[in-house]
Design a protein. Sequence first.
Length: 175
Amino acid sequence: MEPETITVLDARAWTPDPEPVHRILADLVTGGAALGWVDPPSADEVAQLLDHVLAAARSGDAALRVAYLGGRLVGLGYWLRYARPTHRPHADLEKLAVDAAAHGRGIGRALTAALIEDARSAGIEVLTLDARGDNTHALGLYRSLGFTEYGRLRDFVAIGDRRYDKVFYAQDLRG
């Protein structure tokens, strides 16, 4: 049996469908994923997020990529340019989410690599991100793609009684 093909699309050429994105994000957050929500986002929150990121992408201030596996949406990621005038050459990789059923197939790597290239093409000098310290798979992926840790806030993320480090990574795209 032939492996399913991963297709990564620039979301500016994508007809947004918030429902599968909502399903992926809600399922991941329900499973404890560190995506910035304690409780799963509502369908309206996800639709508003997509509208915001797509508008920024159309103006050159963001990139949004979506990944398909065998014709099914299985992941997305985006970066947003920093808004302050002195920080405009920099962007933050805000979100990377891959459907749990598709983990381990290279989708996160393909999305992140495409977003790095989008940032480079957009003139971004430094691409930053932060991740929860227990997200070892994501941290390993980011390191393997050239990100380096530049800071850590110990026990910064609080979910109930649990505490996690917040880890900061950057990739200098100037060289």
